[in-house]
Design a protein around this ligand. Structure first.
Ligand code: SF4
Length: 178
């Protein structure tokens, strides 16, 4: 996939067809999708801010003005700083599987230590303005991190999120210093 725009996708795309990816904070994913929560996410987030969660068979995050209540004015996720960003948002726009979902498994294969995973771009990733943006050499780091999040949803993000998060963290640390 060489073009900057992915175009309308009808199925999941193996990660090797991607040139690069970077979050540009456009916020489209925070408006377009319903963020359903895993039980432990629901427990923690509803304890912190009950009005932000819609209780349902599959509870989900509320939207205000068409966007997720936790998306701040910089296009960043306020839950991320609290270590509570939901799993589905952390791995977006990627999907990780233990078994291949496509005809050519090699295109989706990723070797993580002595394990093998299959990573795809979400079939709705055509809305993500970050597809094929950023530096191609960082893509393996991003995929590696997404697999680590798949294995441990609490893992902190470095490559698979907006770089502005790190700038914000640096500034916050700077402010905290005497
Ligand atoms: S992940 Fe993609 S859709 Fe979501 S804010 Fe970043 S660039 Fe936009």
């Amino acid at each position: 996939m060489n073009s900057r725009r992915v175009g309308r996708m009808t199925k999941e795309i193996p990660w090797r067809r991607l040139r690069s990816w970077a979050c540009l904070r456009c916020g489209k994913c925070c408006s377009k999708f319903k963020v359903t929560l895993r039980p432990y996410e629901y427990a923690k987030i509803s304890e912190l801010m009950p009005e932000a969660v819609v209780p349902d068979v599959k509870p989900f995050l509320r939207k205000i003005g068409g966007k997720c209540v936790f998306q701040n004015e910089y296009g960043l996720c306020d839950l991320q700083e609290l270590g509570l960003k939901p799993f589905s948002c952390k791995v977006w726009p990627f999907l990780v599987y233990k078994k291949p979902k496509s005809i050519n498994p090699g295109e989706a294969e990723f070797h993580y230590n002595d394990e093998k995973y299959y990573v795809y771009l979400n079939q709705h990733a055509f809305i993500c303005t970050g597809v094929n943006m950023g530096m191609p050499e960082e893509l393996p780091n991003i995929i590696w991190e997404v697999i680590e999040i798949y294995k441990n949803p609490w893992r902190k993000q470095k490559y698979s999120t907006s770089r502005l998060v790190h700038l914000q963290e640096t500034i916050n640390i700077g402010w905290a210093r005497p």
